[in-house]
Design a protein. Sequence first.
Length: 197
Amino acid sequence: MTIKEGRIMENGKEFEVVFPTAADSEMWAEQISQLILEASQAKNSGLAQRSPEHIRTKIRENKAVLALKRDDKTLAGFCYIDTWQNGEYVVTSGLIVKPEFRGKGIATLLKKELFNHARKNFSQAKIFGLTTSGAVIKINSDLGYRAASYADITTDKGFWKGCETCANYDILQRTNGRLCLCTAMLYNPNEHGATAE
Ligand SMILES: CC(C)(COP(=O)(O)OP(=O)(O)OC[C@H]1O[C@@H](n2cnc3c(N)ncnc32)[C@H](O)[C@@H]1OP(=O)(O)O)[C@@H](O)C(=O)NCCC(=O)NCCS
């Protein structure tokens, strides 16, 4: 991996993973938000929507990664991290891969890059995620996350507010925030000796 002008270039073949600039945020935020909206409307999906403004903010905060097709710089995927409870917790959110590029390892690349970013910049933080996706459960497990209960992840109301646009939000409300369709997964740094490379 080499760092060039603030961007991190992955050594993949067809795709590159980059930390986007503020200029990139203007170019991609609308499209990313639309991709997440379309995925959230798919049958059996448990996906919260993310506004273009929210995506711009995460990019400007240097908390987001993009996957681009190397040859023509077509957008292929996106993901970001957020911190909660004064940095005690970090979550990865907004993961999306364009339908035509799925099954090529792009989500794996994006999640790995953000995981290493979180371990370097928030080394004491517990890293967690909520997902209904078997692929994401697989990726998280490979990174060292384990299944957790909702009580093990952040109690920050700001985080849970992000679930309000999910089609399954009524379930979360009915259970007083204890249960929903997403599997919670947690990486606790205290259970792992080594730091990110
Ligand atoms: C979920 C999503 C991000 C996966 O992206 P992707 O780029 O196709 O994923 P990858 O190609 O990196 O595959 C991840 C791994 O999961 C595996 N996998 C795929 N489907 C799986 C399933 N149902 N159960 C278990 N593992 C699965 C793949 O084989 C791969 O493992 P491998 O590298 O060991 O072969 C993509 O399908 C998507 O954007 N879906 C809509 C939005 C969404 O659900 N986002 C997740 C929110 S948490």
